[in-house]
Design a protein around this ligand. Sequence first.
Ligand SMILES: [Zn+2]
Length: 881
Amino acid sequence: MRTDTGQVFKLEDYRPNDYLIPQTNLTFRLSPDATHVTALLTVERRDGVSVSAPLVLDGDGLTLKRIEIDGKKVKPADMLASPDQLTIFKPPAARRFQLLIETELAPAGNEALMGLYRSSHVYCTQCEAEGFRRITYFLDRPDILSVYTVRIEAMRDEAPLLLSNGNPVDKGDLGDGWHYASWHDPFPKPSYLFALVAGNLGQLADSFVTLSGRTVELGIYVEPGKEKLAGYAMDALKRSMKWDEEAFGREYDLDVFNIVAVSDFNMGAMENKGLNIFNDKYVLADQETATDADFANIEAIIAHEYFHNWTGNRITCRDWFQLCLKEGLTVFRDHEFSADQRSRAVKRIAEVRTLRAHQFPEDQGPLAHPVRPRRYREINNFYTATVYEKGSEVVRMIRTILGVDAFRAGMDLYFERHDGDAATIEDFIKVFEDASGRDLSQFALWYHQAGTPNLTISSTHNPAAREFTLEIEQSVPPTPSESRKRLMHIPLAFGLIGAGGKPVAYSGVEGASVEDGVIHVRKRRHMVRFSGVAERPAVSLNRGFSAPVTLAVEQKTDDQFFLARHDSDAFSRWQAFNTLLTDALIAAFREILGGKQPVFAARLTELAGSIAADETLEPAYRALALALPGEADIARDIGRNIDPDAIYAAREALALAIGTANRDAFSGLYERLADKAVFSPDAESAGRRALRNILLDYLALQPGGAALAAGHFQSATNMTDRAAALAVLAHRHHGSPEAIKALAAFETTYGSDPLVMDKWFQIQASVPGPQTVDTVKALTSHPAFSMGNPNRVRSLIGTFSSANQTSFHRADGEGYWFFAQTVLEVEKRNPQVAARLATALRSWRSLEPLRQAKAREALLSIAGAENLSADLRDIVERTLA
Ligand SMILES: [Zn+2]
């Protein structure tokens, strides 16, 4: 484990290394406790660099066994080797030389899951961001591109399968039960994309013929016996390969493409060249074990990692400050893929919900940072919603500003100009400027400036002058270390809507540049005047969520109800209803704090009923509309002095009011939606299940609700329905005989399937109420739970801390104390997972004063622990700052 050196890395300090490593030959002799790695590196001094420049290689906890230059042993006086660095004081005068380094590793004891480790007896690697330096000394930075040849030697019994990047070139027997395989990757790549897998795995094989007619062998490797469960992932992979050819003109480039699923993995998946390594959660699925959400995630993540082959691998990042260059862009690409495979409107709403739930709190709290950060202490902590999700929104805005054709021309230019490069955000922006002739310098602030911009908007109509005016004012709130903000270029899509939902025409516009339904907000204040507008329109704003901003709109409630029924933009229609729900919930929250019973307007509960019954809307869309804003969403909109118990009570009261007002209609619809067809994971069938399951959630609060949910649980023919019913029983009827019975039945049926048991942990960790702290404590001793496995930790501890507002924020602080102790326990094994968990307290300053004080104490207790890792110290100190 690397302890904190306190070193801060700064963007402005970037300079190329004095040396390059054009070729890397690696030989692994695998053994759980003593793997030998021999790296033969061709090192090249860069032009103009002095011959006396030392060569300094990165390491992390390494044991050096042998070192030679051009076949000769390096004398101890000519070098300095520590576990974390190798310095060769005076490399040979020749421009190129061969450096041989042998290191010894113990993969079986590697619980941080970075570098080379073992997961269920399978050797595997994770090198992004700085894991390669845990394998051998190297220039472990993304701008060092090298051609890799890898030879793996292992006991055949222990590891019949030997995989690495690129194409297979050789294999054979070594005697004494040993064998070997060699792989060669012709594409120069940075070390973070190196991968190796060795073990006994089952294979699902298929092939794909590319646009130019080349056949690519596809393999998905899983625990033996689980091959059947990889069918959906394989299907998603083939659809991804085809889509990237059609949508971006990108063809796959190697002869093989392999995916390996492992059960211990810090992230979702990793895009290593030609050998993607996945968390098995994002590969294995069938109707019995996976929910519709799991299927959708598998499709999206398979696509994401595959798309990285061009955006990340062929064109990589110059340094880690440019992380969004590959991540924001690739998230944008996977979002587009899913939108094309599923429903565009539903996908967009889901994306925005995710952005608001994860990125907005980051941007509005102590961990705020620009999409392209300027400094970091621990790069592992910058794999954030800001880099990924907001990074994707920034790419989307470029397309909105340029239009589809110029955007595609810019992307084509990017691939043409930068293939084989380690590029920067400046390079990326430049291709769009060159392809479109537009100036994006003000727009580029989206990469450089943190914080969620706000637009305050009001409107006036002057019937005599036939003029409609929008007054728009932008502000960007201060964020840590950026107190003064510059004005942004915000593309605000809009629509003026008249009676009956028809668009209102206007004859002219002044006060801002307006094109194709988009107002380009660039100044602090715009008065946008539309002329020739006879009747007062309702205005639909930020259509399709064209910019990741918050809006403060002065709008009549009647207009909001009108838009919730008539807006022709599906996203904005959803947004109008969601805003009405949020406003009602905030009002109810205040009434509850004032000791009153909240009352909800009849027209709001009626509107919920009419949306549920509207057959012109897709079921998935109706399900999203009926999903009330989450407790954390409401808290974010309230902003400060948060009392999670009052928010919970407000939300329950609204759910009860909507269910009561629409009981018979919901009940009838629930019956009609019962699926009699054979299970299919397609989006339309999933949408029907989603709608039916949200209706169940409302009906569960009505008389007979527990029995209805218990019946739903028992008659379920797939995991989506079964898990939904279990959650409804556990949450709405906590402690009831029906809930206890269903939890026990689920445990009995799936006790030996860790991925399904994760759902069981999640459901129990999210049960509202103070008692859940004790439940979660007890579940840490459950035989299916393990502090060493990231999926288990995230299911139980992650769900408790990020998705259980009333229990985590229990008034006596017990939730925080338990959490602090658990984070420190996880950290001993896996600092990265611990640091990610700790971000659950990032919004502590928005709590009411008593909880705030208790949360701070818990954070201080983490900060005060001895030998804190760099990962965790960085998060906790920034959260407290
Ligand atoms: Zn990625």
